[in-house]
Design a protein around this ligand. Structure first.
Ligand code: GAL
Ligand code: MG
Length: 999
């Protein structure tokens, strides 16, 4: 017999038609206040429910469904059962975790049986009772007092049932049988942990039995001059209609009563920067229904710009999943608020709810905090591309895809409609998205038609339309991961008039992304390029205990699940626990809305990139630094520069005539007033200007100090006043650097080219490494020590010059590169290193090139002048600044869930690595270099798959690099741009090593 959950044409039994989200209240006061728990017509059923888990649906018999809850276990509602020890979290990206055999799912289909007993209904006497499920994965049957009430599917959508006729006075028994998989699961192949259960709120609504409002449609728009508000409210009843009254309450409490339409002269407008909301109250019989509304228009200009209230706006977006390492999909409001607060603090103005609608209240918060939202339908069929090894990629209008099959049409359309109807009243939503990565078919046409028919005030988005040549069904041309070059040279030149948008870009996986700024240079250049959403907001993980009982963050495979997609779920701007990573700081910097350029000695030009906020809302705090020390600072209010306008500001600067490392003007723009997401004083933009002051380096000590040089078969030994060095001619590096009689080195100095691959190196690393048996590729990982061809020593009583000719090679390969190094050592203990490198023409670009020094335990403190204080790379340094910084080596570690290269500082002038008492080594260079100090070798980082297994070594590894290749975003995005690759075949650099003596 055909099962309901294996029939794509049965999507519901007895479920109510979709409607806008609202809560009815019993008093006007509580409705205006809007705290739903205070409504007598709302009862939340969240809490501990009785629970039984069955690995096979087959075993969940009717007898068990009727059995005594006392014999059951318990589970919190809402939650995912995999987070409570039943079954395991399984992470898969594209691949379906079961056979592609539509509409069938495995016979071993797990069930979670939920039970709840309540007397609550006595409060509801004489009224209509509804039960609402905000999210259940993947489908469920509802039973009340032993009777089957209904069925629903669509995990991230609301299911509402009228249960009036099933309830009785006294105790009532609610049972919900949830199946792990159903035909609908084929439409839910999003890239995430596959989790099940009742994961969003469950509640009861009590409604007037005679007649009550079913649905409310609010349209709050602006007139053609964007001045006056036009409000229209439509109310729908199921069955008997009755009188109702509508009133609009302003923030000052003034109330206007009206019916149908209302004109508001000089209305307060809603936008993401100033999300002004009005409260609408609809009173019908004994119910008061509040709906927050905001007046705004979303349009597209003839140039393809995205207009908010007539103003062209760039979307500075992120993709956000519901995700928590302990709560799974069940994210409570405080959790969502934390995400939104962090986003606001980091200059985000747009969110794509990838790849399904969020809980209703999420949109209330977006209305309040101010975000432009793309609401996405709960549809992804990505796994269809892998269903047969002979088939590659998407096939549009193809009959093997459900998106083109008539029997799946309603399943597609109703997912869109349920979302649209639920969320239609939110000012924050500017576009409906038809889903993600589901190819393109007739069912998409049908969805788009339905969206346009039901809502003329918003745009329709679907990236997959790209594969069908972007038919008129979509109002936005959307791509993911196209490179800035292709966008500029190909896609923006295609003659299309629709806005161009990146629904995903800058894959923020691991260390990176390194290309944000490059995208934004293009976005600002073209009116039609309206912005994009970074993939993605947070790392997804689950929590597990290691052998010592300590919790750690997992990724795919850690629960021995099969199939899985490994580390691809830890790809967010923030860690699973929302700890910030450097990628979110980089994003904040690139997304910032105040741009500053230097015009002359003390005048800067400030451009207001906000769309609605004048610059008078901010203060400018400035500091002038010479060689990293503040020499002057001040704070000024900003003039009223209107949005998209610029102005010049003169600062009272007295620039010094000379400096050693540089004179920088640091400009920090901070808020004057408290906001919902940050107290006054919050930095919204930061720019550093190089003041171009003449740099004069310290003269080298003029006194000539004597050294003793003695050469034996293997070593050149050099002795000076407070130092003693030994250069090993056999290995071609220093074997000992003693300062104040103390050894610093734990090994022989050498050159290195390798770094522990970042996630963004995941493609190029196959070329870097002679991967397993594949000897066709390169060799960087397995380089042997240097091959030394020749060492020449020339000494006087005050200086010694050692010239080494060497190469770096790997087994079974031609030498990778040849190096000529000249070391000049003087009586002050200074070692000046001149390095000339010839790289084999055919070699792949190098991760980095530089000298590696392994220092003994105790070299824990660093000081440097370079780009910091966070890690900086040639293509990820916008968020850092040039300055003088101190840190510990331990503090340089960046705890990626999946260990990888980190901790570099680019633009380095000098760095000291010191012991507690001050002994140490200083490195300095005329032309800036890259520097890194770490307790981890590349090998350690590469060989540990998780951060909790990584143990720092006592020694400190210092890299003094000519260059380090950039990071890019090639984990999913384009190849690393050549300008960021260390691809030179011939280069030279020099730096000086100086002893730092005890203080
Ligand atoms: C995209 C997809 C996202 C995610 C990302 C990789 O193709 O839309 O859901 O899988 O790739 O992290
Ligand atoms: Mg996908």
């Amino acid at each position: 017999m055909k099962k309901i959950w294996e029939n794509p044409e049965i999507l519901k039994i007895n479920r109510e038609e979709p409607r806008s989200y609202y809560i009815p209240y019993d008093t006007l006061e509580s409705a205006v206040k809007g705290v739903k728990e205070e409504s007598h017509y709302y009862k939340c059923l969240n809490g501990d429910w009785a629970f039984l888990y069955f690995p096979r649906e087959f075993d969940c018999t009717n007898g068990i469904i009727q059995s005594d809850f006392l014999k059951w276990e318990t589970i919190p509602v809402p939650s995912n059962w995999q987070m409570h020890g039943y079954d395991v979290p399984q992470y898969t990206n594209v691949t379906y975790p079961y056979p592609v055999d539509i509409p069938y799912v495995p016979d071993e289909n797990p069930v979670g049986l939920y039970g709840f007993e309540t007397e609550i209904f006595s409060d509801f006497k004489g009224r209509e009772s509804y039960i609402v499920f905000e999210g259940v994965s993947s489908c469920f049957f509802l039973y009340i007092n032993g009777k089957k009430v209904g069925y629903s599917q669509g995990s991230h959508l609301v299911s509402e049932f009228n249960i009036t006729k099933y309830i009785k006075p006294g105790k009532n028994r609610i049972v919900v049988k949830v199946l792990k998989w159903c035909d609908g699961s084929y439409l839910e192949d999003q890239d995430f942990y596959r989790l099940s259960g009742i994961f969003r709120d469950v509640y009861l609504l009590s409604r007037n039995a005679d007649s009550h409002i079913r649905d409310i449609s609010v349209n709050a728009a602006l007139d053609a001059h964007y001045k006056n508000g036009l409000l229209s409210v439509k109310v729908d009843f199921l069955g008997k209609k009755s009188e109702y009254k509508t009133s609009l309450i302003d923030t000052d409490g003034s109330t206007k009563e009206f019916t149908g339409d209302l004109k508001l002269p000089n209305v307060r407008k809603w936008n993401a920067e100033a999300p002004e909301l009005y409260t609408l109250i609809i009173k019908c019989k004994d119910e008061f229904i509040p709906i927050k509304t905001g007046f705004r228009n979303y349009e597209v200009s003839s140039k393809g710009e995205f207009l908010v209230n007539g103003v062209p706006v760039k979307l500075k977006g992120v993709n956000r999943h519901d995700s928590d390492p302990k709560l799974g999909y069940s994210v409570p409001l405080w959790h969502i608020k934390r995400d939104l607060t962090l986003m606001k603090q980091h200059n985000v103005n747009a969110i794509r709810t990838c790849h399904y609608p969020n809980t209703s209240e999420f949109y209330n918060l977006c209305d309040e905090y101010g975000f432009y939202v793309i609401d996405e339908t709960d549809i992804e069929l990505h796994g269809f591309v892998y269903r047969d090894p002979n088939i590659k990629g998407y096939q549009t209008y193809n009959d093997e895809w459900p998106c083109n099959m008539p029997e799946w049409r309603e399943a597609f359309v109703e997912r869109l409609v349920r979302m649209l109807e639920r969320d239609k009243n939110h000012p924050c939503i500017f576009a409906w998205s038809l889903g993600n990565e589901s190819s393109y078919g007739k069912n998409h046409d049908a969805m788009a038609e339905e969206a346009h028919r039901r809502d003329k005030t918003r745009l329709v988005h679907y990236e997959g339309a790209r594969y069908a040549d972007n038919p008129p069904s979509v109002d936005i041309i959307s791509h993911m991961y196209s490179s800035p070059e292709d966008i500029e040279n190909i896609y923006l030149k295609d003659g299309d008039k629709r806005p161009y948008f990146l629904c995903e870009y800058c894959h923020a996986m691991g260390n990176g992304p390194g290309d944000l700024k490059d995208y934004w240079d293009v976005i600002y250049k073209y009116p039609r390029f309206i912005g994009g959403c970074v993939w993605e907001w947070c790392d997804h993980a689950a929590v597990k205990n290691d052998e010592n009982g300590n919790e750690y963050f997992t990724y795919g495979g850690d629960f021995n699940e099969y199939p899985h997609d490994g580390v691809f779920c830890v790809d967010g701007l923030v860690f699973p626990d929302r700890t910030l990573s450097t990628s979110i700081l980089e994003m904040k910097s690139v997304y910032q809305n105040i741009k500053t350029v230097l015009k002359n000695e003390n005048t800067v030009e400030i451009t207001n990139l906000f769309d609605f906020t004048p610059l008078s809302s901010y203060k400018l705090e400035w500091a002038l630094e010479r060689d990293g020390d503040i020499i002057d600072s001040g704070s000024i209010g900003l003039p009223c520069v209107l949005p998209h306008k610029k102005a010049r500001v003169t600062l009272p600067l007295n620039l010094p005539k000379v400096c050693k490392d540089g004179v920088c003007l640091n400009l920090s723009y901070v808020t004057k007033n408290d906001a919902k997401y940050a107290d006054a004083g919050h930095e919204v933009a930061f720019t550093q200007l190089d003041m171009k002051v003449k740099r004069v380096k310290d003269a080298l000590p003029s006194d000539i100090l004597r050294i003793l040089v003695n050469e034996d078969r293997e070593c050149v030994n050099i002795k000076g006043k407070d130092f003693e060095y030994s250069f090993n001619k056999f290995y071609g590096g220093f074997a000992s650097l003693k300062i104040n009689g103390e050894e610093t080195l734990a090994g022989i100095t050498s050159y290195g080219v390798y770094r522990a691959p970042t996630d963004n190196d995941r493609n190029i690393k196959n070329k870097w490494n002679s991967y397993k048996e594949n000897f066709k590729e390169n060799e960087l990982m397995n380089l042997m020590g240097a091959k030394v061809y020749d060492v020449k020593v020339k000494s006087s009583d005050s200086e010694v010059a050692i010239t080494v000719k060497s190469s770096l090679c790997a087994k079974s390969k031609l030498p990778l590169l040849y190096v000529t190094t000249k070391y000049l050592i003087n009586g002050h203990g200074f070692i000046t290193v001149y390095t000339d490198v010839d790289v084999r023409e055919t070699a792949v670009y190098l991760p980095r090139f530089g000298m590696e020094l392994l220092l003994l335990q105790g070299f824990e403190n660093i000081e440097y002048y370079g780009m910091g204080p966070g890690q900086s790379y040639i293509d990820m340094k916008n968020y850092t600044r040039m300055g003088k910084f101190k840190n510990t080596v331990t503090g340089e570690y960046v705890p990626y869930i999946h260990p990888q290269e980190h901790g570099n500082h680019t633009g380095l002038h000098w760095a000291k690595v010191l012991k507690d008492k001050g002994t140490g080594i200083e490195f300095s260079a005329e032309k800036s270099i890259d520097f890194c100090a770490s307790h981890f070798t590349a090998k350690m980082l590469e060989e540990n798959s998780h951060r909790h297994t990584l143990t720092p070594m006592a020694e400190t590894l210092v890299r003094i690099d000519y260059k380090v290749s950039g990071l890019g975003s090639n984990s999913c995005g384009p190849k690393l741009n050549e300008k960021y690759q260390l691809n030179e075949k011939k280069f030279s650099y020099s730096f000086t090593i100086k002893p730092v003596f005890k203080n």
